[in-house]
Design a protein around this ligand. Structure first.
Ligand SMILES: [Zn+2]
Length: 352
């Protein structure tokens, strides 16, 4: 049997057995097919070596430091098994999943290919999963999916016209630092400070319960992360984060609402966007630059119809934003604006 025929047959056998394969390339270039893909709870993991080949980057495993080093136009990037961040130069970028050694090779998840690989090659990435696993087929939906289905049911309990309670998630925490500024200031700190400030202002002015995902510096499980939202009286959910960019010019607040592909929640789908618009207006009025409101399929936003906005509070890599994010005055400026936005949102809902 010819080698080519044998390979074709092998690919055929592997694909019928349900092994995964993906295509990967810098956008606009012919994609490379990667066949050594490992599925972990339905999520594809590819070997770092294969990933680098597909985008023409070079790297090596440093067995002394226990890190994978990748040469990029921005300097050396480092990945480490067990560390939930990608280091590029002096910046740290949080990862959704830690890199893992599987089958003798260091591997990263599909989310890495979509979110961090573009940073490494400084351009968009073409990625396609050739054998997507559907959760509803396998029935192995993750705990996170099951928890988010609770949010879907939430709409039947949200009846009151005004704001009864607010849930606030201070992003990251503990070993999960989030983005780290060049001076060492961490995203997990900004989000905690802002969550506490905003909570205080809301309690004082509206006298309503505020549920925080964390009130100190510790790591949360996905269940703990969304526990605040499981209270029956929660009428809005804010998730607080901050960003990092290679461009020092990138600055301002960005607001994310979940993107819907279902039509059944037409009315409340607008509620998240309404809340985002009120927040954006209040921030602008309070002299905080706003980049825009974006629809996002971010899994953190869940799938329900609870008014939910993920707020990227600014860039730790921009001097002006950093000053606002780390100073007490700047934090008050942000917290007051978010409070005003929530209040205006509540008042307009009351009228409807
Ligand atoms: Zn974050």
């Amino acid at each position: 049997m010819s080698k080519l025929l044998y390979s074709l047959l092998l690919v055929l056998v592997l694909s019928t057995l349900g092994f995964a394969a993906v295509e990967l390339a810098p956008k606009g270039k012919p994609p490379l097919r990667l066949n050594d893909v490992y599925l972990l709870q339905g999520l594809p993991y590819v070997a770092v070596d294969d990933m680098l080949d597909a985008v023409s980057l070079r790297g090596h495993w440093d067995s002394v430091k226990h890190v994978y080093r990748i040469r990029t136009a921005r300097g050396w990037a480092e990945l480490s098994p067990g560390r939930q961040s990608l280091k590029i130069g002096k910046l740290f970028f949080p990862l959704q999943e830690k890199p893992r050694f599987i089958d003798g090779r260091l591997r990263v998840s599909e989310n890495f290919l979509l979110s961090q690989l573009p940073l490494l090659i400084d351009r968009p990435v073409y990625y396609r999963n050739l054998n997507p696993v559907r959760a509803e087929q396998g029935g192995d939906d993750s705990t996170l999916d099951r928890l988010f289905s609770f949010l879907l049911r939430k709409k039947h309990m949200v009846t009151g016209p005004k704001l009864r309670a607010v849930a606030i998630d201070a992003g990251h925490g503990g070993l999960d630092t989030g983005v780290i500024a060049a001076d060492g200031y961490k995203e997990k700190q900004v989000t905690l400070d802002l969550a506490k400030d905003l909570s205080k202002i809301l309690k004082m002015n509206l006298g309503i319960p505020i549920y925080l995902s964390r009130d100190d510096d510790y790591e949360l499980t996905p269940e703990q992360r969304i526990k605040p939202v499981t209270h029956d009286d929660v009428d809005a959910w804010l998730l607080l984060h901050a960003e990092g960019s290679f461009s020092v010019d990138a600055k301002g607040v960005a607001l994310f609402v979940r993107s819907h592909d279902d039509k059944m929640t037409e009315t409340r789908k607008d509620a998240s966007r309404q809340l985002a618009e009120e927040l954006a207006q209040a921030l602008t009025e309070n002299s905080v630059p706003v980049v825009g409101i974006f629809s996002s399929p971010l899994i953190q936003l869940g799938q329900g119809d609870l008014p939910t906005v993920l707020v990227e509070l600014g860039y730790l890599t921009n001097p002006e934003d950093l000053q606002r994010l780390r100073s007490a005055d700047g934090q008050q400026q942000l917290a007051q604006a978010l409070y005003r936005g929530l209040k205006n949102f509540a008042m307009k809902r009351k009228k409807n």
